[in-house]
Design a protein around this ligand. Structure first.
Ligand code: AMP
Length: 277
């Protein structure tokens, strides 16, 4: 695997690379990331990963400074997964001057759910991914459904800018007890780690209830949040939404495909998860 800290070096190496499949990450790689890398292999000739902890998508007071940076271990995992190129720029390389040109997702995508609790987050995500797309120029890109709203926002961005990139989803990879793998799981104390799978179990309960015919989504959401609170969590939201645009489902008529999404803090760690229904 070739490692490229500079845009120029990466561009030179990717000349004549064939069909490029791109997997952007913030590093501290786990099996969720690696599953995306292996899936990428099946979609093109040349797999490019990136590792960049993007300051633009963090708010002051979030975990930008303490976000785990583990480049050496990450490289070993990427080599084992058969990745061809890693783009791992410094902040000075990607943002040599303050990034003033920004991609602003529409409020109905960016100000709901995660966006309500992390204002500006999706502007930061869309901007860095647009910039990475411009640098890597992939024909396909993979994003995990673990970050469901991010997948929706980036798919819409690619569609509305008519970018010639196929956006491919990856299923959420979980620990045996159901906890979705996340770099932030490393912040959990042993007691919190034991408690953390409750988030998945509660989502599974909501999904089961909806599959069983319940349509009182607001009640289901309130009950789920109360159960989290009762076990020491600070829930931001539990929400049943339509998959296509993450808006509230219709109150009558045929039900479109749904997803239940949640975000909650356990101690100082904020976890998100979702389940398609
Ligand atoms: P991150 O490093 O958190 O920015 O994640 C990089 C990519 O990996 C994103 O597309 C995530 O959605 C995806 N990802 C993170 N965790 C998981 C997981 N548990 N299962 C599948 N994909 C994941």
């Amino acid at each position: 695997m070739q490692i490229h800290p500079t845009i120029a070096g990466l561009r030179a190496a990717l000349k004549d690379a064939g069909r490029i499949v791109f997997v952007p990450t913030m590093g501290n790689l786990h099996d969720g990331h690696i599953t995306l890398m292996r899936k990428a292999r099946a979609h093109g000739d040349c797999v490019v990963a990136s590792i960049f902890v993007n300051r633009l998508q963090f708010r002051p007071g979030e975990d930008f400074e303490k976000y785990p940076r583990t480049l050496e271990a990450d490289c070993e995992k990427l080599v084992a997964a058969g990745v061809d190129h890693l783009f791992a720029p410094s902040e000075e390389e990607l943002y040599p001057t303050p990034q003033r040109y920004l991609v602003e997702p529409p409020v109905e995508h960016a100000n709901i759910l995660e966006g309500e609790f992390r204002p500006g987050h999706f502007r930061g995500v869309a901007t860095v991914v647009m910039k990475l797309f411009s640098i890597v120029q992939p024909q396909a890109a993979l994003f995990g459904k673990k970050d469901y709203q991010q997948f929706m926002v980036l798919s819409a961005m690619v569609r509305e800018f008519a970018l010639p990139i196929e956006v491919i989803p990856g299923e959420t990879v979980r620990a045996p007890d159901g906890l979705a793998l996340s770099s932030r799981n490393g912040y959990l104390s042993p007691a919190e780690r034991a408690e953390a799978p409750r988030l998945y179990r509660i989502l599974a309960g909501v999904a089961e209830a909806v599959r069983g015919g319940r349509r009182d989504f607001a009640t289901l959401e309130t009950e789920a949040m109360a159960e989290l609170s009762a076990h020491g969590w600070l829930p931001d939201y539990v929400a049943v939404r339509q998959r296509i645009d993450l808006q509230s489902p219709p109150t009558e008529g045929p039900m479109p495909p749904l997803v239940v999404l949640a975000a909650a803090r356990l101690g100082t760690t904020r976890l998100i998860d979702n389940l398609e229904i």
